[in-house]
Design a protein. Structure first.
Length: 369
């Protein structure tokens, strides 16, 4: 058998590597960075997992696999998607499984799963019919059978309980971290559209999904143009989302589509601010990334976002169209405020660490009988 056999050490763990076959979004970023941080913890303190091992098991098609010294990587020959979770992975993981991307094997005897949010319950209209039906059916099955359920914020924990995804006593919180942005290199980026801009710009991230709510800011594009401000939108679309509206055609609105990490770093560093009007987020990693790179943030005050931004962010009600315009114009008029928010944001971002969250996971893994 390609995997952990019947004589595996008592404390052996398998990490579900299906996320490595998926496009890098917030969920996949989280899983990748937690695995890297767990590897670093085991490298620094080999005795942290006494008598046991960790293996990262990945389906066919996984390409970008992290360089790991203390976590073995095993590839399987067959399977993909949810079928791989349920029919292949269980035979690779007889005892304990860590799944970091919302789903995992229902038959695992000891299973820790990270369920990032309950967004398909909170705003189902933001998702395609097929996607929301699958998620709303499967999440309670996975969450109900898991030994422990991780999530990324207190807001998400409350919502998972409210919608019956899992029980309160199953949950622990392991937030996103910020350190990955420190590896990005803005100087390597080339963004011709932005290079040609002569005016300050605000940055909008995310898809046209309804819960991202970017239309409320785009509706202010003409007024922002009169105030001398451009709008740059980065991020690709996805078939899982129900689109909110067609792209705004305005001379000061610039659509970049999907961008890589170095380009994103350059956008954060050069932007007047990140504007993040989302109606619901399990965590909301773009504000954290922006703060870590010194980019001021104007954010919605909904869901988990105040947990992330604390006092370092300027907040607006997600439905207050005039409030978004006023906040952006006020920030553009005050270099002192931008500098203060930049410094406060860096300090706030430093409170969120992949290493600390990996420590939380390792503690929970050791607690399972």
């Amino acid at each position: 058998m390609n995997g952990i056999g019947r004589h595996a050490p008592e404390r052996s763990w398998v990490i579900n590597g299906r996320f490595l076959t998926q496009r890098m979004t917030g969920v996949q970023r989280y899983a990748y960075e937690i695995v890297v941080a767990l590897n670093e913890l085991l490298a620094q303190e080999p005795d942290r997992l006494p008598g046991g091992t960790m293996r990262l098991v990945v389906p066919p098609g996984a390409e970008t696999i992290p360089a790991l010294s203390k976590i073995e990587v095993r590839r399987t020959r067959l399977g993909s998607g949810h079928a791989w979770d349920q029919l292949v992975l269980p035979f690779q993981a007889e005892r304990r499984v860590l799944s970091l991307g919302n789903f995992g094997p229902l038959l695992a005897r000891r299973h820790i799963v990270c369920i990032h949010d309950a967004n398909t319950f909170i705003l189902p209209e933001s998702y395609s019919r097929t996607f929301r039906l699958v998620y709303r059916r499967l999440l309670p099955w996975v969450g109900g059978r898991a030994s422990r359920v991780a999530t990324v914020s207190q807001f998400s924990a409350d919502m998972l309980v409210k919608y019956g995804v899992c029980r309160r006593e199953q949950i622990f919180i392991a937030p996103n971290g910020h350190e990955h942005v420190l590896r990005w290199r803005a100087e390597r980026a080339s963004i011709p559209v932005v290079d040609r801009l002569q005016r300050p710009y605000i940055l909008l991230l995310g898809s046209s999904a309804r819960h991202k709510n970017i239309g409320i800011v785009l509706a202010q594009a003409s007024a922002l143009d009169q105030a001398g401000i451009d709008v740059v939108i980065a991020g690709g679309s996805s078939s899982i989302f129900a689109a909110d509206s067609a792209a705004v055609q305005q001379s000061n609105v610039h659509h970049l589509g999907f961008v890589g990490d170095d380009e994103l770093a350059a956008l954060y560093r050069r932007a007047m601010c990140l504007v993040f009007p989302s109606r619901t987020e399990g965590f909301g990693i773009p504000p954290l990334e922006a703060m870590a790179l010194g980019c001021p943030v104007i954010s919605s005050d909904a869901a988990s976002l105040k947990e992330v931004g604390g006092d370092a962010v300027m907040y607006v009600d997600p439905d207050d169209d005039g409030g978004w315009r006023q906040a952006i114009v006020a920030l553009s008029a005050s270099p002192e405020l931008r500098a203060s928010m930049s410094e406060q944001g860096r300090q706030r971002a430093a409170q969120f660490s992949w290493k600390r969250s990996a420590e939380i996971y390792l503690s929970e893994m050791l607690r399972l009988p």
